[in-house]
Design a protein around this ligand. Structure first.
Ligand code: ADP
Ligand code: MG
Length: 147
């Protein structure tokens, strides 16, 4: 774990994913803070963002909008990853974090279970489905800002 700027880490992960994705996926990035220190494992955090973005792209069948937003809230910072995919039924909001849960033909259903462990056990943060509908999904990570 290292004290790193979550805005830079997230923007770098975002730029990398944008560069490697289809032109049919539109990306946007927004941060309400300029530089926000958080204790992070950079590799695990990057992997987490990549997994959330890939799930979003899967849910929109390769075409739509992915957006990442960083919002400082008191002693915490929220990272929102939104997509314009098909959404998650409300009864599955918690379920999708369990290993082996997948709706994909070739899915393993392991991504979100590892993402949850990385965020909650490793970084002592929180992750949840903030909202979801037929218009898309917003995943929310909450981490503590470093002193
Ligand atoms: N952004 C999303 N939009 C719609 N469904 C999602 C999204 N993220 C996750 N899911 C659902 O949660 C399931 C589990 O995701 P994950 O653990 O990453 O496994 P996998 O991607 O291998 O299916 C997915 O199969 C999908 O049904
Ligand atoms: Mg996945």
């Amino acid at each position: 774990m290292e004290k790193l700027d979550i805005v830079k880490e997230t923007r770098d992960a975002y730029a990398y994913l944008k560069r490697r994705s289809s032109k049919l996926v539109h990306f946007s990035f927004q941060s309400k803070g300029e530089s926000i220190p958080v204790y992070l494992n950079s590799e695990l955090y990057n992997w987490t963002i990549e997994n959330l973005v890939k799930n979003g792209i899967d849910a929109m069948k390769g075409k739509g909008h992915v957006s990442i937003e960083i919002i400082p809230v008191g002693k915490n910072v929220q990272i929102l990853v939104s997509d314009t995919g098909s959404g998650i039924p409300r009864r599955d909001y918690n379920n999708i974090f369990n290993p082996g849960v997948t709706s994909k033909k070739r899915g393993w259903g392991l991504g979100l279970s590892l993402v949850k462990r990385i965020v909650e056990e490793y970084h002592k943060g929180k992750i949840k489905v903030l909202s979801s509908s037929k218009e898309g999904t917003i995943m929310q990570i909450t981490l503590k800002v470093a002193e």
